[in-house]
Ligand binder design. Structure first.
Ligand code: FES
Length: 279
């Protein structure tokens, strides 16, 4: 897996496919939906439950007598369910770092072979050739197993699709801690201060101050370099790397590719100083 993560030879192909996926005329609302912005975490792992569950169930039925029709139905459901799962996977993949994209492209290739085998299995089953359909189904499940292993590596070993900002919270002091003076914060502009050893993004609007973890939850970009859009309670910071948009007062994600909200911190002004603490 380490060799795959560091296989720079995959980058030319990966970069070309990334440009194609990012260039597709997909409306922003649909991209947000596929990233999982509407549900608060990545949508792809949710959607893959349908094909994976259907394919595994069809394999079990293929081992039992008198279940031909049910097994064929499940293969068809799995193939249909793969379509939205693939779409969500590609839009997520196109916003990943290079090392993750290397693993992701092999994950996608394995799953493409698996779905191809299941499509052929379905055709054979519908033609009445059950033995060949079952064999192709078992082959598809084996390759899908490899794809699932790679997907697991992406999620758990490479932390893809997780909120990269969430672990920062525990390093913020539990007690109220002075981050700086109110007067030192510029009005309606992002300002970064270090609290403990964590970079925190402050946004001051008059006497109101909000604070959020500065490292973007998507891929750790410095949000302090981002642009502020909107104003008042709807002011948002736009991530300088991939454009995720978070509302400054509460961290709510308005646009992906980040799927989850940006963690915010309780913030108050005491004796002219801005203080924050762990939530
Ligand atoms: S790092 Fe990707 S949107 Fe912020």
């Amino acid at each position: 897996m380490h060799r795959l993560e560091t296989a720079r030879s995959l980058d030319p192909v990966s970069d070309r496919i990334q440009a194609v996926v990012n260039g597709l005329p997909v409306p922003r609302g649909l991209r947000d939906l596929l990233h999982g912005t509407k549900i608060g975490h990545a949508l792809h792992p949710v959607l893959v439950q349908v094909p994976v569950g259907s394919f595994v169930s069809s394999a079990i039925l293929d081992l039992m007598p008198g279940t031909r029709r049910a097994a064929t139905t499940l293969v068809a459901v799995g193939v249909a369910g793969a379509v939205p799962a693939v779409a969500a996977g590609w839009v997520d993949w196109a916003q990943m770092t290079k090392d993750r994209r290397r693993v992701g492209i092999v994950h996608a290739a394995a799953n493409a072979v698996a779905v191809g085998l299941y499509v052929t299995s379905l055709v054979e089953r519908l033609r009445g050739n059950q033995a060949r359909g079952r064999t192709l189904g078992f082959a598809g499940l084996s390759v899908a197993g490899l794809g699932a292993y790679l997907g697991g590596h992406l999620a758990y070993a490479q932390s893809s699709g997780t909120n990269q900002a969430a672990p920062e919270i525990v390093r913020i002091p539990e007690e109220w801690t002075v981050a700086g003076s109110l007067a030192s914060l510029p009005d309606r502009k992002p300002a970064v201060r270090t609290v403990g050893d964590v970079a925190v993004l402050f946004y001051r609007d008059g006497d109101e101050v909000s604070a959020m973890i500065e490292r973007c939850g998507h891929e750790t970009a410095p949000l302090g370099d981002g642009e502020v859009i909107g104003e008042g309670r709807d002011a948002c910071i736009v991530c300088p790397w991939h454009g995720s948009t978070f509302r400054l007062r509460d961290g709510v994600v308005r646009h992906g590719p980040a799927a989850g909200d940006q963690p915010t911190l309780p913030c108050r002004v005491r004796a002219g100083n801005v203080e924050v603490r762990q939530p």
